[in-house]
Design a protein around this ligand. Structure first.
Ligand code: FES
Length: 266
């Protein structure tokens, strides 16, 4: 092993004040010292570890997976972040891995916020495009949620609003807010994640639901449903089937809603 090839030691040094665990601090200090030319045997004796540990630590930090490695050293519990944000663990894992190319201070900020217990919903930081298809239309046409290329079929069928369409969701908006800003009248009741009226099923992409309190983990896993009033896209593109809130799977969770009274629908 020579000098760190993929990681700037100054960035590691800048991250040092940010990390919390002794293990992560030791890992970063070893990498910085190694970059200055201190040998693995000497480092091993400084830190009371094996030379193998020093080599593995430097290798791990000197790779594209820097952030996820340090996140792991910091004790970030991917499963817990996923549960808190109502995301698949693989999404959170990808997210941490994706941070490997980000400036280190930003990544450290994410890890620190996690350590402080304030897991923020993951957002793309830029607008996301949401494609939507109405569930009743889907049923009338004999299509199914599991159909391959469901949205391609909808586009080819020349469907238009309100049954089918697309709109942009800004980073600080929920899907329902963006739909309404674009003139759509989607079902809702509580607007706070406590009923099923605004539910959509995610067919492609992913949506976080900070603060939702009604859907069980099992329901989310089995149906891939999200509540659009609190749902924020975390992928650049999301495809959702709307109007599923009063289907059998969610009927028990419905509340009386203003849209029931006006007869509005998506
Ligand atoms: S309107 Fe009740 S959860 Fe969205």
């Amino acid at each position: 092993m020579g000098q760190l090839e993929h990681v700037d030691a100054d960035r590691l040094r800048a991250w040092l004040p940010e990390v919390r665990s002794a293990e992560a601090t030791a890992a970063l200090m070893v990498a910085v010292a190694y970059d200055r030319g201190i040998g693995t045997a000497e480092l091993a004796s400084w830190y009371g570890r094996s030379e193998e540990w020093v080599e593995e630590t430097v290798d791990a930090l000197d790779s594209g997976r820097l952030v996820s490695t340090v996140a792991r050293l910091e004790g970030v519990d991917v499963e817990a972040v996923a549960a808190e944000s109502n995301l698949a663990p693989s999404t959170v894992r990808d997210w941490f891995d994706g941070l490997a190319d980000e400036p280190v201070p930003e990544a450290a900020d994410v890890v620190r916020r996690y350590a402080e217990g304030s897991v923020e919903p993951v957002r793309t930081g830029s607008p996301s495009t949401v494609y939507h298809l109405d569930h009743e239309t889907l049923t009338e046409r004999g299509w199914s949620l599991d159909d391959e290329g469901l949205f391609e079929k909808a586009a080819e069928a020349d469907l238009d609003l309100p049954e089918y369409g697309r709109f942009l969701v800004e980073p600080d908006e929920s899907i329902l807010e963006a739909a309404e800003r674009g003139g759509r009248s989607w079902p809702y009741a509580c607007r706070g994640g406590a009923c099923s009226n605004c539910a959509v099923v995610v067919v492609e992409g992913d949506v976080a639901m900070p603060g939702q309190s009604i859907l069980s983990d099992e329901q989310i896993r089995e149906t891939n449903a999200r509540l659009s009033c609190v749902g924020v896209p975390i992928t650049e593109e999301v495809k959702v089937v709307t109007g599923v809130g009063d289907t059998d799977a969610f009927a028990d969770l419905r509340l009386p809603s203003p849209t029931d009274e006006t007869g509005a629908s998506d």
